[in-house]
Design a binder for this molecule. Structure first.
Ligand code: PLP
Length: 459
C-alpha cells in the first residue's frame, strides 16, 4: 500500500515514510492511495481482542513492516491501558451508548494514537540507527499523550512547548512529573499561539531540523488517523447486531482527526447511519456543515480546551474526498482559504455528517443533567456530544477524556469531586519544567544542549 499527498505534488511513499515525514513535502496530508474494502473482513474480525483487531487492520496499511514487528508494536501500545477491553462500550440506557476512550495512561483518547506512534518511532530508530528529537507545542492533552508515548525510550528526546500558567494543573503535572530524563517540558512565557508560532519558526530552518533529526508531533500524522479508525470498528462489534447499521457516532471535535477516522472506516465499508461533529463554542465546523461556508473564527477559550481551535487541521483530508480526490481542487480550496480566511463550497455535500455546537453554559448544564439522569460523570469535551441526540438512531457518544481531569467544572455541576488514583499520585511528585521565552534562538539553544546524541533525520 502506498500513500499520496492530498495536494498531489510529491511522489507516493510507503507507510513508514509517511509516518516519519508527518506533513507531506508539498504541504499536504498523506492518505492511502486507495481505501481498502473491509466488508469481507468483518465476520473474521468480530471475535478479535482490541489488540488483535488493531493488528488485522494495520496489516492492510503498514505493508512495508515485518508482521512480527508490527504485532509487538501494537501489543505494547495498548498494554498500558487500564481496561481489559481497551475501548469499552457502556450502555447508558435504551439507544444511548458511550464509548470510553479514556483508559490510557494520560486519560484522554489521544493515547490511542500516541502510544502507537511512540512505539513506531522507537521501531524506526532501531531499524535505521538514527536518533530523533521530537518537538511539539500543546495546549494540554496532546503534549501529555505525546510525552507518555515516548517516555523513557532510547534514542529519542522529546521537547514540548506549552503556555506557562495557561493549562490545567493536572495537565501540567502529567507532562512535568514523569521523572523521565528524555522529557523536556518547556514552559513558555506567553500564549499557546506564541508557542505555536515559535515552533513553526524552528521547523522552518531546514539545516537545524536535519542536524537534530527534528520531528513534529501533531494531529496530522497518518498513523494517528489509522489507529483511531480501529475503535469505531470495535465499538460497532460491541453493539447488538440489530442496532449496528443504524448507529450514529457523535464525536467531540477540534482538529477533526477523531471523527475523520470514523468516517474513513465507513468509507472502507463499515455500515453505519452517520457521524455527528460535536463542537464547543469554537464552531467553525458546525457553521460549515450548516451553511457550506468554511470561515476562520476568533479563538474563544472554553471549558473544553482541547477542542479550542480556529481551523481544523485534518479537514483537508475531508476536502480531498468531497472534491472527488481532485488534488488541484484541494490546492485551490486551501490556497483561497489561506489567503482570505474563508471558502464557500457551492453545492456542499455533507457526506453523512451532521453537527452541533455547545456553549460553556450548555456544557456545565449537561454535566449536571447526565449525572442526574444516568448517574454517570462526563468530562466537558464529552458533554458536547449530548447537545443534540437523534432519538431515531442508535447513538454512540465518544468519551474523549476522563472526568477526573477536569475536577472544578464537574464539582460545580454535580457537587461530586471526581478522583483518579494515578492523578492523585501525580500531585505528590516533583515538577520539572524549563521556563523559556518564546524566542527561536532560545529554543534552539536549549535543544542543542539537550538533544539526544548522534541524532539525524529519518525520512
Ligand atoms: C484532542 C481532543 C479532542 C478533539 O479531537 P480532534 O481529533 O482534534 O477533533 C476532543 N476531546 C479531547 C479530550 C481531546 O483531547
Amino acid at each position: 500500500m502506498r500513500f499520496l499527498s492530498t495536494r498531489g505534488n510529491c511522489p507516493p511513499v510507503s507507510f513508514s515514510q509517511a509516518v516519519a515525514t508527518g506533513l507531506a513535502p508539498d504541504g499536504g496530508l498523506y492518505l492511502p492511495e486507495k481505501l481498502p474494502d473491509i466488508v469481507p473482513c468483518l465476520r473474521e474480525w468480530e471475535p478479535l481482542s482490541y489488540q488483535e483487531l488493531t493488528f488485522a487492520f494495520f496489516r492492510l496499511f503498514a505493508t512495508d513492516m515485518e508482521e512480527d514487528t508490527l504485532r509487538s508494536v501494537i501489543f505494547n501500545s495498548y498494554g498500558k491501558f487500564d481496561h481489559e477491553k481497551v475501548a469499552p462500550l457502556i450502555q447508558l440506557g435504551g439507544n444511548l451508548h458511550i464509548l470510553e476512550l479514556f483508559h490510557g495512561p494520560t486519560l484522554a483518547f489521544k493515547d490511542f494514537a500516541l502510544q502507537l506512534l511512540g512505539n513506531l518511532y522507537e521501531e524506526q530508530i532501531r531499524a535505521s540507527g538514527k536518533k530523533l528529537n521530537i518537538l511539539g507545542a500543546t495546549s494540554g492533552d496532546t503534549g501529555a499523550a505525546a510525552i507518555h508515548g515516548l517516555l523513557g525510550k532510547v534514542g529519542v528526546n522529546i521537547f514540548i512547548l506549552y503556555p506557562d500558567g495557561r493549562i490545567s494543573a493536572l495537565q501540567e503535572r502529567q507532562m512535568t512529573c514523569t521523572g523521565a530524563d528524555n522529557v523536556f517540558p518547556l514552559a513558555i512565557e506567553g500564549s499557546f499561539d506564541d508557542a505555536q508560532n515559535v515552533l513553526k519558526e524552528v521547523f522552518e530552518e531546514e539545516s537545524f531540523k536535519l542536524e537534530f533529526g527534528l520531528s513534529a508531533v501533531n494531529s496530522i500524522n497518518l498513523a494517528r488517523i489509522i489507529a483511531q479508525c480501529v475503535y469505531y470498528i470495535y465499538a460497532w462489534f460491541q453493539l447488538p447486531p440489530g442496532k449496528r447499521d443504524n448507529v450514529e457516532f457523535v464525536v467531540p471535535t477540534g482538529n477533526f482527526g477523531n471523527v475523520l477516522a470514523g468516517w474513513l472506516a465507513s468509507r472502507m465499508g463499515l455500515p453505519v447511519a452517520g457521524f455527528k461533529v460535536a463542537t464547543n463554542q469554537n464552531d467553525i465546523l458546525h457553521r460549515l456543515f450548516r451553511s457550506g461556508r468554511y470561515e476562520i473564527g476568533k479563538l474563544q477559550p472554553s471549558c473544553a480546551p482541547s477542542m479550542d481551535i480556529k481551523v481544523a487541521s485534518n479537514f483537508e483530508r475531508f476536502i480531498y474526498y468531497s472534491e472527488n480526490e481532485d488534488c488541484s481542487r484541494v490546492r485551490q480550496v486551501m490556497n483561497e482559504f489561506k489567503s482570505t480566511g474563508v471558502y464557500n463550497f457551492e453545492d456542499f455535500k455533507k457526506n453523512n455528517f451532521s453537527s452541533s455546537a455547545a456553549t460553556d453554559a450548555d456544557i456545565e448544564a449537561i454535566i449536571g443533567r447526565v449525572y442526574d439522569e444516568y448517574d454517570y460523570l462526563v468530562d466537558p469535551h464529552t458533554a458536547c456530544t449530548f447537545k443534540e441526540i437523534d432519538p431515531r438512531k442508535t447513538s454512540v457518544l465518544l468519551a474523549t477524556a476522563h472526568p477526573a481531569k477536569f475536577p472544578e467544572i464537574i464539582q460545580r455541576a454535580t457537587g461530586i469531586e471526581p478522583r483518579f488514583d494515578s492523578l492523585e499520585l501525580l500531585k505528590k511528585r516533583k515538577i520539572v519544567k524549563y521556563p523559556i521565552s518564546p524566542d527561536k534562538e532560545a529554543i534552539q539553544d536549549f535543544i542543542r544542549s539537550r538533544a539526544v546524541a548522534d541524532s539525524g533525520a529519518l525520512a
